[in-house]
Design a protein around this ligand. Structure first.
Ligand SMILES: Cc1cc2nc3c(=O)[nH]c(=O)nc-3n(C[C@H](O)[C@H](O)[C@H](O)COP(=O)(O)OP(=O)(O)OC[C@H]3O[C@@H](n4cnc5c(N)ncnc54)[C@H](O)[C@@H]3O)c2cc1C
Length: 456
């Protein structure tokens, strides 16, 4: 690699490793600093001694991402992926089953007719959802879910959240879901914004777990990855980064690519006020409880949404319905998502009590859940989802454009403060790093490998 001041990359999740891999292939010196003991960040996979596998939350990736990273032939095909909503003690297929509830479809139609000729710009996420789905569906399903998930009422959330999460057309969803049924593949729907969603893009799962993506990107880069090396400060002079401070030592750098959460990045940066706006951004902490059970396919579909307030959780995922290899034969694992705040009762609750709380409520949907229960484990993260509050929407939009420090990039899901899945993290990071290299006066080359055909 060429001599000279290196680029500092902060974080060894998929974003940091994509950046590292890209710089390496372009012969640009870099050092990747990871605060933790290992690589992969939110894409870490776990396997317990009883043979159950799980990730931070349940993870579905696409064949296009696997091919681009170079692990396409080392993945299993996911044949089915479905979602349902639990309402009034019944399961409704999502999204089309809900349309069969007359008050939802008539409510939607009535609201649409009322809106004719009006050009109401939504002022909040609550407005956006009511305009898009009608007030009955919004108030009974979409908004309670949104609120459980983000920890803030729909009226306080920005309308841009709706476009970001559900911007695709209903017709397209129908087309992709039908294509999935006809081809016997879980065609990805709602997972990509950077590249088109087509019947040729479907879900796969790496044989070695989701973290294989990161391991592949890190291949051959050991000498440039420093684990247990949290970056304590990013030093800026005249709106240009000049160095980073790691374990008390200053390293001069030519640029910084950060994947740290945007609000943490704002605090790391010294010598500029450019990132002050981002210091207000909030992330929603989550507790994930993995419950192990005797039996298989014990939920109506892979993902079940729970908008009703009597449930402490808003989502259950039985990943083995889609990916049977994640649990030993005849057994299954259900991931329970509970939104919380750091230090509140849920966050502080001990693991056994959390499992009891979940089991208590799961009996509404799986009556013999307690009899089938085999054990549990709990994962907590303080930064699961960016919360798009209206109070800092202007600052969020500014930050989306740039960090305003010439040679400082903020990439990745939490770095961009965006609800991105991994494929978008991958393409967006490459695009932004390519732009940075050009700004440094160099000619980047992108090596894209998405033409490799996977073998199943
Ligand atoms: C519940 C849940 C479910 C999801 N499901 C899916 C899914 O099904 N499919 C999908 O494609 N995506 C999914 N995602 C999104 C996916 O996990 C993320 O987009 C992706 O893992 C983000 O990678 P990243 O590199 O941007 O960030 P991270 O993985 O968070 O990596 C950031 C790294 O930076 C390190 N770091 C932070 N600060 C410092 C510092 N100061 N110094 C050094 N290191 C630092 C951290 O330790 C971490 O390792 C899901 C996310 C969640 C939360």
């Amino acid at each position: 690699m060429k001599p000279g001041k290196p680029v500092a990359i902060i974080g060894a999740g998929i974003a940091g490793l994509t950046a590292a891999n890209f710089l390496y292939r372009n012969n640009i010196p870099f050092i990747l600093y990871e605060g933790g003991k290992k690589i992969a960040g939110l894409a870490t996979s776990f396997k317990d001694k009883e043979g159950f596998s799980y990730d931070f939350g349940a993870h579905f990736i696409t064949n296009r991402l696997a091919n681009a990273v170079g692990i396409g032939s080392d993945c299993k095909l996911v044949k089915h992926y479905g979602e349902a909503v639990w309402l009034n003690n019944k399961s409704y297929n999502y999204p089309f089953g809900l349309v069969k509830i007359p008050r939802m479809s008539f409510g939607w139609l009535a609201d649409r007719l009322k809106a004719i000729g009006k050009n109401n710009k939504p002022e909040s996420a609550a407005d956006w959802f009511r305009q898009r789905y009608g007030s009955v569906l919004a108030d009974e399903v979409a908004l309670p879910l949104l609120e459980a998930w983000s920890g803030a009422p729909g009226e306080k959330l920005a309308a841009s959240l709706g476009d970001g999460l559900f911007g695709g057309s209903t017709l397209r969803t129908f087309y992709l879901k039908t294509a999935g049924k006809l081809t016997g593949r879980a065609v990805a729907c709602g997972y990509n914004r950077e590249k088109p969603e087509t019947p040729q893009v479907w879900h796969v799962y790496p044989n070695g777990g989701i973290s294989t993506l990161c391991e592949k990107l890190a291949e051959g880069l050991d000498d440039f990855i420093k684990l247990e090396s949290p970056v304590d400060a990013i030093l800026v002079e005249n709106e240009k980064v000049i160095g980073v401070k790691v374990n008390g030592v200053i390293q001069e750098v030519s640029a910084v690519i950060s994947t740290a959460p945007a609000n943490i990045l704002a605090k790391l940066v010294k010598g500029t006020a450019a990132l002050e706006g981002a210091s207000q951004f909030r992330y929603r902490p989550m507790v994930f409880i993995n419950l192990k059970f005797e039996g298989r396919n014990i939920l109506p579909d892979t993902v079940m949404w729970f908008p009703e307030k009597q449930f402490p959780f808003f989502r259950l995922t039985e990943a083995p319905i889609s990916m049977p290899w994640l649990a030993p034969e005849g057994k299954t694992i259900i991931t329970v998502d509970i939104g919380c705040e750091k230090g509140d009762d849920i966050w502080a609750m001990d693991d056994e009590k959390l499992a009891e709380l979940c089991l208590e409520h799961i009996t509404s949907i799986i009556p013999d859940a307690k009899k089938k229960f085999l054990g549990s484990n709990v994962l907590r993260t303080p930064i699961a989802y960016p919360v798009f509050l209206n109070e800092y929407e202007k600052e969020r939009k500014d930050f989306e454009q740039s960090t305003k420090v010439e040679n400082l990039l903020s990439v990745g899901r939490n770095g961009e403060f965006s609800h991105m899945f991994m494929e978008d993290v991958y393409w967006r990071t490459q695009k932004k790093v390519k732009h940075l290299i050009e700004k440094m006066g160099k000619e980047p080359k992108i090596i894209v490998r998405h033409n490799v055909i996977p073998v199943y």
